[in-house]
Design a protein. Structure first.
Length: 439
C-alpha cells in the first residue's frame, strides 16, 4: 500500500472548511425519490442590473415546470433556490454547505464569475454559467466542474467584427464598462477585426466609465473628439440605457455608427422604447425571433403566456442551463458530480437559440450568434432587428490552444491515519470519512 504523507498543519489546510462543513460538501447520490434535486441559482436580483436576474429567474421557472412535468431528475422533483450573487463565493459555499444543493447555476457578472470559478472544485459541484461572458471562465480559470451554456465575450466580439469588417470604417474607438468584461470586449474586438480586415486603426482615446455610472456626458464628449469612423460599445443593462439616452441628446448617433455588443438585449430595448436609435448594429446572445424552429416558437409562446413579455437572452440561457443539467443527470442516472460532468462533456442540445455543443476540452458552448440592425416596429412597442445576421458559432469560437484552458484531472491519494498526530482542534473520529481524496 502506498501512503501520501502530510504534516498535521498541511493536512488541516487541505481540509479547508471545518470538518462538518467539508462533510456537508460531499455529493452523495440520493436515491430517495421523495427528496428533491436542489439547484442553487445565483443572479443579480437587486440593484440597477436586477432585470437581468429577474429574466433569468423567469426562464428557470419555465424549465423547472417542464422538467418536473416530465418526471423530474431520475424521478425526483427539481427545487430551485434563488440567491443574489453579490458575494458569489460566500453565496455558493452557503448553498452547498447549508442548503446542500446538487448543482449551481447562473452568475451575471464576469467579475463575480472570475472570483467564483477557482473555488468551485473545493465544493465539488457542477457550476453551469449561463450569462457571465469572461473568457477566463472557460479559459485560464477553467476546471472540470465549470461549464458555460451561453456565448462568451470573444465569440460575441468576433461576431461583431465579422459584420464590421464588411463596412468601410477604418478608425475605431470604444466605450465600455471599466472592469473585466468591458476591457476584454475591446481587446477581443480589436484582434478579431484585424484578422478580418487590413488597415484598421484603433485609437488611444477611449472611454471606460465605471460600472453603474449615471453621467456619461464627459465620455460622450471624448468620443466625439476622437476622430473615429465608428464606435464599439460594450456597455450593457441600465448603463447602456443611460448612455443611449444621453448620447441621443448629444446627437452622437447621427455622427457615428455605434456597434452595441449587447444592444439587442430585451432589458435594453423595452426600457428605451422609441428612444432606441434606428439603423444601429446591435448584438445579443439570443434573439427571440430566430431561429424559426418549433423549439424556439414553443419557448417564446410559453414565456409570453406566463409573463406577457418576450424572453431576453438571459431568460433563454438560464432556461437552457437548467435543462442541460437535468438532461445530463437523467442520462447519467444519478446526480453524482463526476457522472454528470461526464454526461455534459461534448453534449449536443437543441435549444431555443439553436443547436449547441458543449466542447469537451474547455466546457464552452459553441452556438450561432445573432446580430441585427435596429428598426422601428408598428407591431411592438420596442425596436426589433432587420436585417438579422446569424454568425456561425464555429466561425467565431477560438481554437482551444489560445484559450489558456488546461483542464486538470483529479488526482487521488491515499492517506494513512497512522501518520497523523492527534489534535484537540479536530474531531478525529470523523477523519476516516474524509480521507482518500485530496485535490
Amino acid at each position: 500500500m502506498s501512503y501520501y504523507h502530510y504534516s498535521r498543519r498541511t493536512f488541516l489546510q487541505q481540509l479547508g472548511w471545518a470538518t462538518i462543513g467539508t462533510l456537508g460538501a460531499c455529493n452523495f447520490s440520493n436515491t430517495d425519490k421523495s427528496q428533491p434535486v436542489r439547484i442553487g441559482a445565483m443572479y443579480l436580483l437587486t440593484g440597477g442590473f436586477a432585470t437581468y436576474g429577474e429574466f433569468a429567474r423567469d426562464g428557470i421557472k419555465i424549465a423547472q415546470e417542464e422538467i418536473n412535468a416530465a418526471g423530474g431528475i431520475n424521478g425526483r422533483p427539481v427545487e430551485v433556490i434563488f440567491e443574489h450573487e453579490g458575494e458569489p463565493v460566500q453565496t455558493a459555499r452557503r448553498l452547498v454547505l447549508q442548503e446542500n444543493v446538487d448543482f449551481l447555476l447562473g452568475i451575471d457578472s464576469s467579475g463575480n464569475a472570475e472570483a467564483l470559478v477557482p473555488v468551485i472544485p473545493e465544493l465539488e459541484r457542477v457550476l453551469m454559467v449561463t450569462h457571465a461572458a469572461s473568457p477566463k471562465v472557460t479559459g485560464d480559470l477553467c476546471n472540470q466542474y465549470v461549464f458555460r451554456c451561453s456565448v462568451n465575450g470573444p465569440q460575441n466580439s468576433a461576431a461583431g467584427a465579422e459584420i464590421a469588417a464588411k463596412e468601410a470604417y477604418q478608425k475605431w474607438t470604444t466605450i465600455g464598462p471599466d472592469y473585466a468584461f468591458g476591457l476584454q470586449s475591446w481587446e477581443f474586438f480589436q484582434k478579431a477585426l484585424q484578422q478580418r480586415k487590413s488597415g484598421v486603426k484603433f485609437l488611444n482615446q477611449t472611454a471606460f466609465p465605471k460600472l453603474g455610472a449615471q453621467d456619461y456626458n464627459s465620455f460622450i464628449v471624448t468620443l466625439q473628439n476622437t476622430g473615429a469612423d465608428a464606435i464599439w460599445c460594450s456597455l450593457w443593462g441600465n448603463d447602456l440605457v443611460n448612455f443611449i439616452r444621453q448620447a441621443g441628446d448629444f446627437g452622437l448617433f447621427d455622427k457615428f455608427p455605434i456597434y452595441m455588443e449587447l444592444g439587442a438585449a430585451m432589458e435594453v430595448l423595452t426600457a428605451l422604447g422609441e428612444q432606441m436609435p434606428t439603423g444601429q448594429w446591435v448584438g445579443t446572445r439570443y434573439w427571440w425571433q430566430t431561429p424559426d424552429t418549433e423549439v424556439n416558437r414553443n419557448f417564446v409562446q410559453k414565456f409570453r403566456q406566463r409573463y406577457n413579455s418576450y424572453p431576453s437572452y438571459n431568460a433563454e440561457n438560464a432556461y437552457v442551463g437548467l435543462h442541460l443539467l437535468a438532461a445530463a443527470a437523467n442520462d447519467a442516472g444519478t446526480t453524482e458530480t463526476k457522472a454528470v460532468i461526464k454526461a455534459l462533456e461534448g453534449r449536443q442540445y437543441l435549444a431555443p437559440m439553436g443547436e449547441l455543443i458543449i466542447r469537451e476540452q474547455d466546457h464552452q458552448a459553441i452556438v450561432d450568434i445573432t446580430w441585427g440592425k435596429t428598426v422601428e416596429s408598428k407591431e411592438y412597442d420596442f425596436h426589433v432587428l432587420k436585417p438579422i445576421q446569424v454568425v456561425k458559432g464555429d466561425l467565431v469560437t477560438r481554437e482551444l490552444s489560445v484559450t489558456g484552458c488546461k483542464m486538470v484531472a483529479e488526482k487521488e491519494f491515499t492517506i494513512s491515519t497512522n501518520n497523523l498526530h492527534h489534535s484537540q482542534d479536530v474531531n478525529w473520529e470523523l477523519i476516516p470519512s474524509l480521507i482518500g481524496k485530496v485535490y
